[in-house]
Ligand binder design. Sequence first.
Ligand SMILES: N[C@@H](CCC(=O)N[C@@H](CS)C(=O)NCC(=O)O)C(=O)O
Length: 212
Amino acid sequence: MPELVLHHYWRSSSSWRVRWALAIKGVPWRGEAVDLLTGAQGAAGFVAKSPMGYVPCLVVDGRPLSESMAIVHWLEETFPSPALLPADAFARARARQLAELVNAGIQPLQNLAVNRVVSSDKDAQRVWAARWIERGFASVERDLELLEREGLAGRHAIGDAVGLAELYLVPQLYNARRYQVDLAPYPRLLAVEAAALATEPAQAAHPDRFQP
Ligand SMILES: N[C@@H](CCC(=O)N[C@@H](CS)C(=O)NCC(=O)O)C(=O)O
């Protein structure tokens, strides 16, 4: 078993993705908190591990790995069971599609570093973030409807297991609430969240459990 040290921040949605994957796999890890509010992510020692100065960063037997998608896929390949991705190649691609809607289309636009450039005014930051979250969630909602019509949805977003899609969608909903986004237009997304949060690994990885 490799020694795993996760550099993370309790309220970071990207960190939650990795904590959740580790919890589903049941893999032991040790945490190192990186306080984003004090700028600890910019310290030379951390940037040497995570080139963008972002959490999460998983150090595997002394070797750092950043970007949650790369980390989650490394975990999936190293600890294949329980699987985070469906067995069918097309369903796997659809799971990645949902995850990328968040990973590429929503979260980067409301990241701390981006928000600070957009405005120093908290309310202007909120309006900016909410705009991109709403646009992204409308796409996610359409995608979830399509998955139902394609017969790919099950008890969870894709099939009957919590997987890659939930790892990205649910933490993004947590962010959306922080930005006061009205979630009523996204009933399918809320149903995916409720089903996922009812599972033990989701709770074990939840930000509330890691709040200092
Ligand atoms: N694509 C990256 C995104 C990582 C990311 O944006 N992390 C945020 C917290 S959720 C961060 O470290 N922000 C620090 C900053 O903006 O200075 C991933 O999936 O790991």
